[in-house]
Design a protein around this ligand. Structure first.
Ligand code: SF4
Ligand code: SF4
Ligand code: SF4
Length: 352
């Protein structure tokens, strides 16, 4: 089924059509572009003539925006496909039936059962849905450490609404984000430390009046244990992490005395959860993971997003950096988190 796009989208397409000279650097970087777009120059030319697009296609983009860093002309397919998703999903739902899974996730994530803001301080720690789903113990350990530094700090168990945004359902996203913002306001919270890079990006972009700090820049100032692990680790950078976060992560691994395969920072790739592509295109999700795997030598991977940890655990021994910081005994790899376990963990965390 084809979707006839607006003049606003046409402007983006024509701008990109003028700039693109078909070098294909982007298709070599991104598996989605390689499989579905194949030749960007011809793709833009066709779009600008036909003014329509396969209605399902924009939802296969991981929305990582990393193509813009690869392209010599900073062409950002993420912007184009995000705008298309917003337009297609405007005032209605996305055309993918399976996105009902995301809607249910968003409904539960923002229900009274799983949300709360504990404490009465003006600063808060927001672990995000994925870390809360993975390990309430790790959340409490890092929260207690932050408490020592800040004396009084809130625990914010709320979702930033990014899953709704990433499938273009802006009305829902605004509803979730406004509700989060109102709750923060009511509590007079003006500084938030986030463990999730997507929360960090979402909060920074939508609330420039708030002081948003990455947990990793905080931890980098802490005293950390010197580990004596023999194995080498590959750092899998979250696609939403900026250069400062990537640098902090490397400094933390140095302090932890870890052997690292890739100390230099490069342009990240999405783990496959971005844009919620894993829900609607399993084949592309798996191809992306296999592509990532082929570029990693070490059997162990360090991640600093619980979503990335989950995704990468399908192909490698994958650990969240907090698991290394709070390591007791041997390092034991865990597989992907089961859905029912995720919700139980979030309930547990709320009760702690
Ligand atoms: S990298 Fe940029 S210029 Fe090269 S093909 Fe891709 S979009 Fe076009
Ligand atoms: S998945 Fe990421 S790199 Fe690929 S087109 Fe979308 S935004 Fe660009
Ligand atoms: S970005 Fe992901 S983990 Fe963070 S709050 Fe939003 S949905 Fe949850």
């Amino acid at each position: 089924m084809k979707y006839k796009f607006s003049l606003k989208i046409k402007d983006i397409v024509e701008k990109y059509n003028d700039k693109c000279y078909g070098c294909n650097l982007c298709t070599n970087h991104c598996i989605f572009l390689k499989k579905y777009i194949k030749n960007p120059k011809i793709f833009f030319q066709n779009l600008s003539i036909e003014n329509d697009i396969d209605i399902y296609l924009p939802y296969y983009c991981f929305s990582c925006n990393t193509c813009s860093k690869i392209c010599p002309n900073n062409i950002d397919f993420g912007v184009l496909f995000t705008e298309l998703k917003k337009e297609i999903s405007k005032n209605k739902k996305s055309p993918h039936i399976k996105h009902s899974i995301i809607r249910n996730h968003q409904m539960l994530s923002n229900s009274k059962i799983f949300t709360t803001i504990k404490g009465n301080a003006t600063i808060g720690f927001m672990p995000g849905c994925s870390l809360s789903s993975y390990s309430p113990t790790l959340v409490m350990k890092i929260y207690n450490l932050l408490k020592i530094k800040y004396n009084d700090i809130n625990l914010i168990l709320r979702c930033c609404g990014n899953p709704s945004y990433s499938i273009g359902e802006i009305k829902k996203f605004n509803e979730i984000y406004n509700s989060l913002y109102t709750s923060l306001n009511k509590k007079n919270i003006n500084k938030i430390i986030t463990a999730c890079q997507t929360c960090y990006k979402t909060l920074k972009e939508n609330s420039p009046n708030l002081d948003i700090v990455s947990l990793w820049e905080e931890i980098n100032n802490f005293e950390l244990p010197k580990l004596t692990l023999e194995d080498k680790f590959y750092i899998f950078d979250s696609c939403s992490a900026d250069e400062n976060i990537k640098k902090s992560i490397r400094e933390i691994t140095k302090k932890l005395n870890l052997k690292i395969e890739n100390m230099e920072t490069t342009v990240s790739k999405c783990c496959g959860l971005g844009g919620c592509v894993h829900i609607v295109n399993k084949e592309l999700y798996n191809d992306n993971l296999n592509n990532i795997k082929s570029n990693i030598n070490s059997k162990n991977v360090i991640t600093y997003c619980a979503g990335c940890r989950d995704s990468l655990s399908n192909i490698k021994y994958s650990y969240h950096l907090l698991e290394l910081i709070f390591l007791e005994g041997n390092l034991t790899p865990k597989g992907p988190n089961k859905t029912h376990r995720s919700w139980i963990n979030r309930l547990k965390l709320k009760a702690l």
